[in-house]
Write a protein that binds this ligand. Structure first.
Ligand SMILES: Nc1ncnc2c1ncn2[C@@H]1O[C@H](COP(=O)(O)OP(=O)(O)O)[C@@H](O)[C@H]1O
Ligand SMILES: [Mg+2]
Length: 424
């Protein structure tokens, strides 16, 4: 190294914010920079040529000795971190603050080959401070995280409550529809029973007459009088019609039972078409005055799902479709299977969704329907149900033409979500 660069190094060492000293083989101080003078209050002239331990009588002799030995015998750089105070020099004298210092002690040879040692002392207080800041930032983050976790849990609870209340609202809506639907068959079955009871009374009268009649003509006359031929024809019709009526009621009730599965929360393998038909039966009352329903079912394997929840999604989509239709329209229900997933599509010929609103339809409480008609929860809950099933919902819509919602579901649930409980 040329002289001028050595000089530059010298100047730099005088300015640097590190304590830099050179010791000879006897541990006497050979160089001592400005920083050390300032921090220790000992000028260069006072320390040069003196033994290190004389200058720092308080230094921990044994750890100093250890350091020297390591550097001398193994010729290595020895780094020391004193979490509190270096055993020999105090650099930052601020009271009350724990100084943190590190040292680097290393051997080198002078120009004439004489063994020398460099000792660099540096303040790690600032590093400590920033690491403390980092620590507290981390802590803040951690507490933030736990707050967020708590919020998430609350949200989940609220969500499941919403799901519950939407279910209740849906059940209310259904109950009205079902009442209407059952009312008609029950009505005519009841009136048929009344007529039948009159017929039975007349028929019994004729049979009783057989006992008392003297002549066959008397009975024939009674038969004519009571219009036996008419009764005979009508009885069969009445019984047949009543059976039909009771059958309809039975179908509705079994559909309702299928539909609700109130306690069912577990994933199980299910026939989606059966669920679709069941749901159609249940919402039929709401659909039949609004649209012709066309089913185009594909071939579907059994799908691992929570059937009552999927039914609810389908019901929400069907009801929305019916609501979107002004006058009388068409609702298409298609299904299909692609590799590892199945899809169910509900397409309507309704008024469509404006492009500026399409991103909002899954928002809870977003509704374009008048108060009382829409809760704005149907799609939000459908979305969360489908998400819990590891599926997705796509929507295509054109104003004035119609809307098509397509729900994709995996045929098999990924392993970890099978066991996980899904709230409804
Ligand atoms: N098939 C559809 N056709 C047109 N608009 C729809 C359809 N489905 C949903 N929407 C729009 O999305 C909104 C949100 O739907 P939803 O979450 O079911 O709530 P709600 O039916 O109670 O309004 C509806 O108000 C409507 O504007
Ligand atoms: Mg809705």
């Amino acid at each position: 190294m040329g002289k001028s660069s050595l000089e530059l190094f010298g100047l730099m060492v005088e300015k640097i914010d590190l304590g830099v000293m050179v010791l000879d083989a006897d541990m006497c101080i050979r160089c001592w920079n400005e920083f050390l003078s300032q921090r220790t209050g000992k000028p260069q002239a006072e320390v040069i040529g003196r033994h290190f331990l004389r200058v720092f009588p308080d230094a921990d002799k044994s750890s100093f000795g250890e350091m020297v030995e390591l550097a001398q015998e193994r010729g290595i750089h020895v780094y020391n971190h004193w979490l509190q105070e270096a055993p020999f020099v105090r650099l930052s004298g601020e009271v009350g603050q724990q100084p943190m210092q590190s040292t680097l002690f290393f051997p080198f040879f002078g120009q004439k080959g004489e063994p020398l040692f460099g000792l660099i002392i540096y303040d790690t207080g600032t590093i400590a401070k920033s690491s403390a800041q980092l620590e507290s930032a981390l802590n803040a983050l951690r507490s933030n995280q736990s707050e967020q976790d708590q919020l998430l849990r609350k949200l989940e609870a609220a969500n499941s409550q919403l799901l519950q209340s939407e279910k209740l609202a849906a059940i209310g809506q259904l109950a009205a529809g079902v009442a209407h639907e059952i009312n008609n068959p029950i009505g005519f079955v009841f009136s048929n029973l009344k007529t039948l009871s009159i017929y039975v009374r007349d028929l019994l009268k004729m049979i009783d007459a057989v006992e008392d009649a003297v002549e066959l003509d008397e009975i024939r006359q009674l038969k004519r009088q009571l219009d036996y031929d008419y009764i005979r024809g009508d009885v069969e019709a009445l019984i047949h019609e009543s059976e039909d009526g009771i059958d309809r009621v039975k179908r509705i009730i079994s559909a309702l039972k299928d539909f609700s599965h109130i306690e069912e929360e577990e994933f199980r393998s299910a026939d989606l078409h059966r669920g679709l038909d069941t749901t159609l039966n249940v919402v039929n009352n709401e659909l039949k005055y609004k649209a012709e329903v066309i089913k185009e079912y594909g071939d579907l394997p059994r799908v691992e799902c929570i059937p009552s929840q999927i039914n609810q999604v389908v019901m929400n989509l069907l009801v929305n479709a019916a609501h979107a239709i002004e006058g009388f329209g068409r609702i298409l229900i298609r299904t299909g299977c692609e590799q590892s997933e199945v899809w169910v599509e509900i397409e309507d010929s309704g008024k469509g969704i404006e492009p500026r609103l399409i991103n909002r339809i899954y928002e809870p409480f977003f509704t374009t329907k008048p108060v009382g008609k829409g809760t704005g929860l149907g799609l939000a809950l459908s979305y969360s149900i489908v998400q819990k099933h590891n599926g997705r919902i796509d929507v295509r819509s054109e104003v004035g033409v119609g809307t098509c919602f397509r729900v994709y579901l995996p045929i098999k649930q990924p392993v970890e979500s099978q066991s996980q409980e899904v709230s409804a």
